[in-house]
Design a protein around this ligand. Sequence first.
Ligand SMILES: [Zn+2]
Length: 279
Amino acid sequence: MQPTGASLMPELPEVETIRRALAPRVEAQTILALDVFEPRLRLPIPRTLDRDLPGRKIQSLERRGKYLIFVLDQGHYLLVHFGMSGRFVIVSPETARLPHEHWQLKLPELTIRLRDPRRFSLLLSGSGSPATHPLLRMLGPEPLEDAFTQTYWIQVIRRRKASIKTLLMDSRIVAGVGNIYANEALHRSGIHPHRPGGRLSAARLIRLHAMIRKVLIEALASGGSTLRDYRGIDGDPGYFSTAFYVYGREGLPCFGCRNVIRRIRTGQRATFYCPSCQK
Ligand SMILES: [Zn+2]
């Protein structure tokens, strides 16, 4: 079930679910080919990638924020971002190319295609430590790792005037939280999404810090349940949409107070909240 009227972008739990599903199937595999059907994505696919990759071995599959990282031998890596609508599909190599399929990575026992109707996804390459790539270097801490402390969170938010939802979705502050989980974490914290970050008390920020982790952990757990049939990579991206409290629930009753969930805009993004529960 897709929530209506709002796009589903893969966020940390979805990318991590894909990583967990794919890692055992790609690690230690040697790349046979990279076929580029359409290089014009958010940034163009590097021209020589189809010649550079064959013969390289995939050492591990990592994640940072919403980026998937294929760590290759000899210090090389591939960086994938799914953008607004990208997803992986597993096909047999002879399968005809379908609309919106932009590239495929051929391994001995697996062919992975990137399907992306809106073409905001990325496929980039690099060498050296992936952490030094310009797109990864500026990312804030991983929300589920130790570096994302209460102290860090309070200090970085309390200096800012922007709305708490805008700050929560800023990957330089915390990596991997997008529109869905920002909406959900704010609802469970009882915080109005447009409240300026710097006006929130330490106690409210500590509650939000805990709820960010809680919604991500719950989503990971539900993504894990979709792993058994590999739907996390082959079809439904593994969203546990029935568990959303506010996201995509405009006009429906709040589970807490039965008041109607509202939809407003925050910048370019849809925001869902309960006017009674969130102040
Ligand atoms: Zn409510």
